[in-house]
Design a protein around this ligand. Structure first.
Ligand code: FEO
Length: 165
């Protein structure tokens, strides 16, 4: 059985994952109308789907442990970006925030002596390490590329394979 504090914290995470999904959905829609960003468009939409999966996993966990997962209302995400780099900067910052939030949940689980939730959260801890790594790698590459169009072409071509490393 989840404590009240744990339930509330997990429900805040449901909101955070849903908000992430929404933010990446907006990035995907923006990328889709830019010339030549087919790969990045796919990447953002795929990540939006993954965040929805993270949210669903939490919803099922809360409900299975005797809580009630509350489906939250969402904020309007940022819709447009001055550059692809700006979108990836935002994605990276967002992932760092999500990692902090997961760490906070782990702390609460330990304080509440909720070892089942602590165990459940380990999947998210590992997932966040991977997501931060990928976002950092994309940002570093885009920093190097700058305004070089052939570099951007290659980045867009390769991004889906970077995602599988
Ligand atoms: Fe589910 Fe990328 O945070």
């Amino acid at each position: 059985m989840l404590s009240q504090k744990m339930k509330e914290a997990l429900n805040r995470q449901v909101w955070m994952e849903a908000q992430s999904s929404q933010a990446y959905l907006a990035m995907g829609s923006w990328a889709e109308i830019q010339p030549g960003l087919k790969g990045c468009t796919k990447f953002f939409f795929k990540h939006s789907d993954e965040e929805r999966m993270h949210m669903l996993k939490l919803i099922h966990y809360i409900n299975e442990r005797g809580g009630f997962a509350v489906i939250p209302s969402l904020e309007q995400p940022v819709l447009t970006f001055v550059s692809l780099k700006a979108a990836f900067d935002q994605l990276f910052k967002h992932e760092v925030k999500v990692s902090e939030s997961i760490n906070n949940l782990v702390e609460i689980a330990l304080a509440e002596k909720d070892y089942a939730t602590h165990n459940f959260l380990q999947w998210y801890v590992i997932e966040q390490m991977e997501e931060e790594r990928l976002a950092r790698e994309c940002n570093d590459k885009l920093e190097l590329i700058g305004d070089d169009k052939s570099g951007l072409y290659l980045f867009d071509r390769d991004i889906m394979t970077m995602d599988q490393q």
